[in-house]
Design a protein around this ligand. Structure first.
Ligand code: PDD
Length: 286
């Protein structure tokens, strides 16, 4: 593997990609990220990912280090360098490192100084795509203990990472999160249920990340195919008694959940609606 890391406009080897310990991303998780899938070397829904990146930056008041045209050019040049055909591009922007320590203060909560943003990009292979078979996986259920601005793609993922670790210890793909008895999302995906042929997902609020795959599936697959669909809150009981559950994200597309903790969902077969949506999704990215 000869892939490089993009670090503040330089392409460097993995071992050379180093950031200051005074970077506010390191000290305070003061930064945002974006993750863009590439299939057959081409970005999927780049424009939507870029809009979300701009929105996340705005919401935490970090200025965008590049213009849109500069981003496109840098992403294009950087991803052409990499060895994979199907991969995710991870982009992280932090508020960065203070330009001056002459006051002897190395760490302060308030961002009162001038900072140079740190921009990092790297790629990870998405294996087995586009011909991979639909996946069926287990999920666990956990309380949603995150902050109330889950719509920002913040690098502060401590609870998401903790939840995913607990899931992985239970040999589950995902942890589905519950707040005030309603399902919000998975710790790395959006959640849909199917009951009596009606598909449901919770509305876009500050309590979930507005997933790019979620919007694509709603607008380009569910609505175009005239499925019965409701964007409304659903309870933990509704999740548990669903006929089908599926989760969506940029790296996996659509994954059916066939087991919630130790309870089987559905009848042991891939749910017919989840399967159709999975198939439509694979066709769209091909
Ligand atoms: N995460 N909700 C959360 C909490 C997520 O972390 C993700 C994706 C999604 C789905 O968003 P999208 O469809 O835009 O990928 C929803 C990515 C994969 C990550 O953090 O690596």
């Amino acid at each position: 593997m000869s892939n490089k890391i993009f670090l503040n406009d330089n392409l460097v080897d993995i071992e050379e990609a180093k950031i200051s310990v005074f970077d506010r991303g390191y000290l305070f998780s003061d930064g945002i990220y974006e993750l863009i899938p590439f299939f057959k070397g081409k970005p999927f829904l780049l424009e939507d990912h870029y809009k979300r990146l701009e929105r996340s930056l705005d919401m935490v008041d970090i200025s965008n280090p590049y213009s849109k045209a500069e981003w496109k050019d840098k992403i294009d040049r950087f991803t052409k360098e990499n060895d994979y055909k199907n991969f995710s591009l991870y982009i992280q922007i932090t508020r960065g490192v203070p330009s001056d320590f002459s006051d002897g203060i190395f760490r302060e909560h308030a961002a009162t100084k001038k900072y140079t943003s740190s921009v990092t990009m790297f790629t990870s292979e998405i294996k087995g795509f586009p011909s991979f078979a639909p996946k069926r996986e287990k999920a666990i259920i956990l309380d949603d203990k995150r902050w109330l601005q889950c719509d920002i793609k913040s690098i502060s993922l401590i609870y998401n990472a903790y939840a995913k670790t607990l899931a992985s210890r239970s040999e589950a793909y995902e942890a589905i999160l519950v707040r005030n008895n309603n399902i919000t999302e998975g710790c790395s995906s959006n959640v849909f249920i199917v009951k009596d042929n009606v598909i449901k997902t919770c509305p876009k609020t500050n309590l979930i990340l507005p997933g790019i795959t979620r919007s694509f599936i709603i607008n380009q697959i569910i609505k175009k195919n005239n499925y019965k669909f409701k964007e409304e809150n659903f309870s933990l009981n509704e999740l548990k008694s669903a006929d089908e559950i599926f989760v969506t994200n940029s790296t996996q597309g659509v994954i059916e959940i066939n087991k919630l903790d130790d309870k089987e969902i559905g009848n042991g077969e891939f749910g017919p609606i989840s399967k159709k949506i999975y198939e439509n999704f694979v066709e769209s990215v091909n």
